[in-house]
Design a protein around this ligand. Structure first.
Ligand SMILES: Nc1ncnc2c1ncn2[C@@H]1O[C@H](COP(=O)(O)OP(=O)(O)O)[C@@H](O)[C@H]1O
Ligand SMILES: [Mg+2]
Length: 244
């Protein structure tokens, strides 16, 4: 099997610090992967490099998408290839209706598509379609609406940065369901997390600390390492949920 994303010797310096240090990893098509590690390990930075965000394109090494080096591609071009990202703090598009937001990257532009996606993330279309995307929505609602918009894009790669942050158990259950739906449709998923609950959703995992990959393997195996193994550094590398 060929990887959908191949990261090769990825190194990134920002503000005089080495944030990513010679990272090599593969993501396999249709699988769910997790990058797990303590705060400040460089997880979000890795996702930003794969997404090609401004400020994160000056890396050394290579990031290949389906065998193609993306060095010259900006974020729009990468999005066009089917690379998407659900942010830890969802972006705000004040004033836009939920319906417009959910369909903004969709190849199909009809109400049914928007309604289906909302239902998948557990939000009633009758209640939400005509609401505005603004701060009257809770953090959990915004995260779910963002994921609904990703569902309609039919992406090839979905990166989800700390999908459990700031949301309740029910919202997280819906987010996991939507993630499984994405995978069922053939998408590759990359979960970025410091939570064991999120890690457990993955087929494969990478343990990351201080900008480096320390271990890679099956989720169960990586779970054992998480909380035990970290480079000598200041991180309190402890899983949140009671020392599992
Ligand atoms: N644009 C930037 N400029 C300087 N330092 C940055 C920048 N982005 C991230 N960092 C630093 O990189 C390190 C890793 O950050 P991040 O990738 O957000 O970690 P994580 O997502 O694992 O918590 C942190 O020390 C952070 O301060
Ligand atoms: Mg982060």
């Amino acid at each position: 099997m060929d990887s959908i994303i191949a990261v090769r010797d990825l190194t990134l310096n920002l503000g005089g610090d080495r944030i990513l240090d010679d990272m090599t990893l593969d993501l396999w098509p249709g699988h769910v992967h997790a990058v797990v590690g303590p705060n400040g390990a460089g997880k979000s930075t890795l996702a930003s490099c794969i997404m090609g965000l401004p400020g994160y394109r000056g890396y050394e090494g290579r990031i290949l998408f389906e065998g193609r080096d993306m060095a010259d591609m900006g974020v729009d071009e990468r999005a066009h290839l089917g690379i998407t990202m659900a942010w830890q703090e969802p972006a705000r598009f004040e004033g836009l209706s939920v319906r417009k937001f959910v369909l903004c990257g969709s190849p199909r532009d009809d109400e049914e598509t928007a309604a289906e996606a909302l239902e998948l993330v557990g939000l009633s279309p009758d209640t939400y379609l005509e609401r505005a995307v603004d701060d009257t929505l809770s953090g959990g609602e915004r995260k779910r609406i963002e994921l609904a918009s990703i569902l309609t894009m039919q992406p090839k790669l979905v990166m989800m940065d700390e999908p459990d942050s700031g949301i309740d158990v029910e919202a997280l259950r819906r987010i996991f369901e939507a993630m499984r739906e994405l995978r069922a449709k053939g998408a590759t998923v990359l979960l970025i997390t410091h939570s064991v609950t999120v890690l457990e959703q993955a087929d494969h995992a990478f343990l990351m600390c201080c900008g480096r990959i320390l271990e890679k393997g099956e989720t169960e195996e990586i779970k054992k390492f998480f909380g035990e193994k970290c480079l000598p550094c200041d991180h309190q590398n402890r899983p949140e949920e009671g020392g599992r």
